[in-house]
Design a protein around this ligand. Structure first.
Ligand code: AMP
Ligand code: ZN
Length: 114
């Protein structure tokens, strides 16, 4: 956990472009954006993958989605549409093992993804 980049951002040890923070989560601009809007909604708690979620996280997961929807409205992309993605392990391309919800929008997004 100590070398987790998102824990370091949470703790102020690594800079990031933060766009939201509350008692349960933070949201930052992705450092390598794949769309005009590319945010990451990240729980403050270190949870490595979706596989590590338990029933105790139900409210937290709901909060991540509600926060993502609020940020999408703030960005003005809610009506045109956007994509929320949480990658899990190798086949999905997860690279940071602290769960995060990608918020992608601002252009038409290809489907299915590559
Ligand atoms: P994933 O592949 O789903 O694990 O996504 C990890 C995301 O985190 C990628 O889109 C990266 O560009 C992004 N990322 C990695 N390091 C940073 C950082 N220091 N600040 C902001 N975004 C980051
Ligand atoms: Zn972490």
């Amino acid at each position: 956990m100590s070398d987790c980049i998102f824990c370091k951002i949470r703790d102020g040890q690594v800079p990031a472009r933060a766009v939201h923070r509350d008692e349960q989560c933070m949201a930052i601009e992705d450092i390598n954006p794949q769309a005009p809007t590319h945010l990451l909604v990240i729980p403050l708690e270190h949870i490595p993958t979706v596989n590590d979620l338990t029933v105790d996280h139900r409210a937290l997961v709901g909060h991540l989605y509600l926060t993502a929807a609020k940020l999408a409205r703030q960005r003005g992309i809610a009506d045109n549409g956007y994509r929320l993605v949480m990658n899990t392990h190798r086949d999905a391309g997860q690279t940071v093992f602290h769960i995060h919800l990608h918020v992608l929008g601002g252009r038409p997004l290809e489907w299915p993804p590559g």
